[in-house]
Design a protein around this ligand. Structure first.
Ligand code: ATP
Length: 273
């Protein structure tokens, strides 16, 4: 019997996001190597791997921040490789960042409103003309943003600067801004980073709830294995840019190749899964 569970051929049927043989190089460094994955609609899935495995680069490639040298990427059957992040966002993919990228000098409400502008119908030049349609839409955007702020427990902080929020709240604000773009697919890059154990548990419930409420498919990168194992139905494992394993949390937890990849980082298998 084989010692480990090899990555399976992706099941493209019913997948919202598909990557086929995607390779991304930076000069001599191959950050992502022949990555293939198919993310089923409505699922919550994770990408894990040791530091430098290529996870964030994979997210940057999937969301249009980098164009890979090789491979194909489709969202709901449509090619998105080579499109700009804004266009990919308009097609229904939103994301958060490993290093929080909020407009720190803007308020909570303003940050969420920025996300809403992706779906704005009235062009900016209507504003100086004082056209009522523009102001009606602006009011609707404000109301939608207020409701989203409430949804992420920031309803009492609408006028606070993003920079004044604690770390965990900034992460929730990033998620609210992503939700404001009305995504079908949400990519979360290390959503539990910097959170204490109680906040991480709340985050797991929150991710499950927003998936239901907003009819989302969610792909996340996470180092906190309790969060990954608790919330993901399916997991891809990367090492040195390539997939080394995939499967449900049980498969991954017991996969010697995965344990070895992490042991190589001195993380130990006992406590981590
Ligand atoms: N813009 C870049 N230019 C050159 N090399 C890069 C660039 N971005 C990433 N890399 C390299 O690609 C490899 C993968 O990095 P990446 O940040 O994607 O890993 P990661 O799995 O997200 O790591 P971590 O868990 O530490 O965030 C690393 O060797 C990194 O140094």
């Amino acid at each position: 019997m084989s010692e480990f569970i090899l990555p399976r051929p992706p099941h493209y049927e019913g997948a919202l996001l598909v990557a086929k043989d995607v390779t991304m190089r930076f000069g001599g460094v191959t950050a992502v190597s022949e990555l293939s994955l198919a993310l089923p609609k409505g699922s919550i899935a994770g990408v894990i791997g040791p530091n430098g495995a290529g996870k964030t680069t994979a997210f940057n490639v999937l969301s249009g921040f980098y164009t890979p040298q090789e491979g194909e990427i489709t969202l709901d059957g449509q090619n998105i490789k080579g499109l700009k992040p804004y266009d990919i966002c308009r097609r229904g993919m939103a994301r958060t960042f490993q290093n929080i990228r909020l407009s720190q000098h803007m308020t909570v409400l303003e940050n969420i409103m920025v996300g809403c502008h992706v779906r704005r119908h009235c062009p900016w030049w209507m504003a100086p003309l004082g056209l009522p349609a523009f102001y009606r839409e602006e009011a609707a955007i404000k109301e939608k943003s207020r409701l989203l702020a409430e949804r992420v427990n920031l309803g009492d902080h609408l006028d606070d600067l993003a920079s004044s929020l604690p770390y965990g709240a900034q992460r929730r604000l990033e998620i609210a801004r992503a939700l404001a773009t009305e995504p079908r697919l949400l990519l979360l890059d290390e959503p539990a980073a910097g959170m204490n154990p109680q906040e991480s548990i709340e985050l797991m419930h929150f991710i499950g709830h927003i998936r239901e409420e907003f009819d989302l498919t969610i792909l996340l990168i996470e180092h906190d294995m309790k969060v990954v194992m608790g919330v993901c139905q399916y997991i891809w494992v990367m090492e040195y840019g390539a997939l080394i394993a995939e499967g449900n949390p049980e498969d991954i937890r017991n996969n010697p190749v995965v344990i070895r990849a992490y042991l190589g980082e001195d993380m130990g298998s006992g406590g981590m899964f």
